[in-house]
Each structure stands twice: as structure tokens, then as C-alpha cells.
Design a protein around this ligand. Structure first.
Ligand SMILES: [Zn+2]
Length: 138
């Protein structure tokens, strides 16, 4: 059983956004019910550097959270890219992580223009890898 299930259409939208922000880090939120993602909210990265750091635009993040609440969904994943790797969260990611219920997705572009996506959950002040699956249909 996957900890996070992302329908292919949502997965594609997420990666299209992250491709559009290259070579800088991109970020956003996934909302849904239980473990299944239903909608993607691309958020502007106000830090916007190729370095391993991101900071979500506060206004856009707030608007997304209100919309998620209005849909009676939950924030289930927080995604961002590491344009030059690594495939795991940085020390800064760990320090700034504050949603133990969400999966943190790290997305790394590969030379063949596909992406490597790995998920992590906050447990006792460290990240543990979880199972993320992309579904053709849910
Ligand atoms: Zn990061």
C-alpha cells in the first residue's frame, strides 16, 4: 500500500510546473483525501535560486490552503525540485519542514527529461522515505 498515490494527470501537472521553473527550484502543494492526490497547486518560489532552498510565496500558499479547505480536502503533499540533486531532502528542508501529516516530495530532473520523484515523511525530527505510486487511474 502506497503512502501517497498520485494520478498520472496530477503527476504530469506537477512536473510541468517544475519543468517551467528550471533551472531554479519550483514548489507547490498537492491536496486530496487520505492518500490520494486530487489537485495540484503550483506555488511561486520567492527564493527562486538553483540552490537547494525554496520559500513559498505566502499569499499564494494561503490562497491554496483556503481553497483546499473549501473543497474539504487535506494538504497531503508538499513538493519541490532539486534541479541539480540530491534526491533527498536537504538540511534546510528538514529545518523548515513543519507538516508531519504531509509527504515531502523531492523531484529531480534526469538527463532524459523525465523526473525522479521520492517521498519523505517527517518522523521524530528526521525524514523517512515513504512509498509514492503514480496511478493510471484511481
Ligand atoms: Zn529542498
Amino acid at each position: 500500500m502506497a503512502d501517497l498515490i498520485i494520478p498520472i494527470a496530477i503527476y504530469t501537472d506537477m512536473l510541468t510546473h517544475l519543468t517551467s521553473t528550471l533551472p531554479n527550484e519550483g514548489c507547490g502543494l498537492l491536496a486530496g483525501k487520505r492518500a490520494v492526490a486530487k489537485s495540484v497547486y503550483p506555488i511561486r518560489n520567492v527564493a527562486s535560486t538553483p540552490q537547494v532552498r525554496y520559500q513559498m510565496d505566502g499569499q499564494q500558499q494561503l490562497r491554496a490552503m483556503l481553497s483546499i479547505e473549501a473543497d474539504r480536502d487535506s494538504l497531503i503533499a508538499i513538493f519541490h525540485s532539486h534541479p541539480t540533486g540530491p534526491e533527498v531532502p536537504s538540511a534546510t528542508d528538514l529545518r523548515e519542514a513543519s507538516y508531519p501529516s504531509a509527504v515531502y516530495l523531492i523531484c529531480v530532473p534526469l538527463p532524459d527529461e523525465t523526473w525522479r520523484v521520492r517521498g519523505f515523511k517527517l518522523k521524530k525530527n528526521r525524514f523517512e522515505e515513504v512509498v509514492v505510486s503514480v496511478a493510471d487511474q484511481v
